[in-house]
Design a protein around this ligand. Sequence first.
Ligand SMILES: O=C(O)CCC(=O)C(=O)O
Ligand SMILES: [Fe+2]
Length: 193
Amino acid sequence: MGITKKVFSLESKAPTIHHSVALTFGLTLATMEKYHQEALRVCKAIARVLALALNVDGDYFDTPEMLGNPLTFMRLLHYEGMSDPSKGIYGCGPHSDFGMMTLLGTDSVMGLQICKDRDVKPRKWEYILSIKGAYIVNIGDLLERWSNGIFKSTLHRVLGNGQDRYSVSLLAKPIRVYLHKFFRHVHFSVRLL
Ligand SMILES: O=C(O)CCC(=O)C(=O)O
Ligand SMILES: [Fe+2]
């Protein structure tokens, strides 16, 4: 038995996609835009906490080349069917997200797994429990680079267990990322626990 996944993407700089996405999910455009706006506000609040943890000013990530003028990708996901990792059948194959962070809201159906150490083979996968009213925050590749590896981007995947599963993710990143910008941000020296 395979798995099917329906994905509806909403990119903040492509407003023409908005209408079709909203209609397909039976949501109003206003609802989606409100959610998007609030989720981005949560991302920025988390970025402030991360900045403080790195021992820099709370507004460190608010500059235009970081999260001040972000590009966002919002995805509404619906998984159906059964995964079989031994055959490479996943709801979502192993990956890390490319942005700064991803805010993930899920229903109570288990499916998301993370691998804490990507270098240990065979990889050990752990389920992440969904907590009602709470978001899962995945660190993205960009934050790993910006923080000089202090924050590690989360390797994750999704397995289908036969039940329908719904999730919504919001990935935030700067509009343009230049390599030389990375080098400006690799001076953090604090070690987290
Ligand atoms: O559906 C999930 O729980 C994860 C989705 C995901 O990894 C993504 O959108 O990048
Ligand atoms: Fe992801």
